[in-house]
Write a protein that binds this ligand. Structure first.
Ligand code: NCD
Length: 305
């Protein structure tokens, strides 16, 4: 069911497919930690094409491939490739398609990963396309919640911060609504979730502007960075920079079992003091990127069914 599949949008995956990925990811955890050795991907090559900065996404795909015995090629600085000579995205994709078995792409333009999938014979995985989608992040985000609570349905999940330009929350809001979570959206008025995303959600989310309105009964806080690089006007950025930060004072008002997640990088949305509270899950969440990406790679390459 997975072999050769492109993962461009979270809409490409049904609930059973997500569950399958989670089941395999659970088995991959000891391999991701280096406690167990398996070489499921020996002889396979991944092309990691990063047209935008990345730490976790690029490195966790690389770690996933390395830990499973595969190899990685690609770039993180497109100016060092023929793209700087004017080569088109379609031609770049055709080349990497010829040199590898699976392509991971991050690009500043929405729709770039879909275009890559149209040109490549091999599976293409979207690692973030502008303010569009980031489906593998959504999978590791939901996996984190399931590992913590055992389920997603019925949980009050507050997505907060830059809901307008943050792509992780675009994929996540849609997926959570289909998994029957009680989704709440918290952002400054200028950074609200786009209407087209809300229309795609199964249930209408509740919208808030004040953290106080949700602090006491939220189960999962999903905090995001203000996406400075996507603001058309820097003065607009200055108006909202620093809004919606979580401090130790906020933490005191949270439910005992509430968790705080963040796709990272954080700038100042979460006070570093919060890291040492029992609510912080963002570093564990980032680790889960490795077993989740191992599972995705093994499935789309057809080495695990
Ligand atoms: C995010 C991204 O690139 O969309 N990072 C990530 O992949 N973990 C979030 C961000 O840049 O704020």
């Amino acid at each position: 069911m997975f072999k050769g599949k492109d993962i461009v949008s979270i809409r490409d995956l049904r609930e059973e497919e997500m569950e399958k990925i989670f089941e395999i990811a659970r088995d991959m955890i000891p391999i991701a930690k280096g406690e167990k050795r398996e070489e499921y991907l020996r002889g396979y090559v991944l092309a990691n094409l990063f047209f935008e900065p990345s730490t976790r996404t690029r490195m966790s795909f690389e770690a996933a491939m390395d830990r499973l015995g595969g190899k990685v090629l690609g770039f993180s600085n497109p100016s060092a490739t023929s793209i700087s000579k004017g080569e088109t995205l379609a031609d770049t994709i055709r080349m990497f398609d010829a040199y590898s078995d699976v392509i991971v792409i991050r690009h500043p333009l929405e729709g770039a990963a879909r275009l890559a999938a149209d040109f490549a014979e091999h599976p293409v995985i979207n690692a973030g396309d502008g303010a569009g989608q980031h489906p593998t992040q959504t999978l590791l985000d939901i996996f984190t919640i399931v590992q913590e609570f055992g389920h997603v349905d019925g949980l009050k999940i507050t997505l907060m911060g830059d809901l307008r330009y943050g792509r992780t929350v675009h994929s996540l809001a849609i997926a959570l609504s289909y998994l029957d979570a009680d989704v709440h959206l918290l952002s400054p008025r200028t950074l609200k979730m786009p209407k087209h995303i809300i229309r795609e959600m199964k249930r209408e989310p509740e919208i808030h502007e004040r953290l106080e309105d949700v602090i006491e009964d939220t189960d999962v806080f999903y905090v995001t960075r203000i996406q400075k690089e996507r603001f058309p006007d820097p003065t607009e950025y200055m108006k909202v920079a620093g809004s919606y930060s979580i401090t130790k004072e906020h933490v005191k008002k949270m439910k005992d079992r509430a968790i705080i997640m963040h796709p990272l990088p954080r700038v100042n949305e979460i006070d570093p003091e919060v890291d040492y509270t029992p609510h912080a899950r963002y570093f564990k969440q980032a680790f889960y990127g490795v077993p989740i990406r191992m599972a995705i790679l093994a499935l789309v390459l057809g080495v695990i069914e």
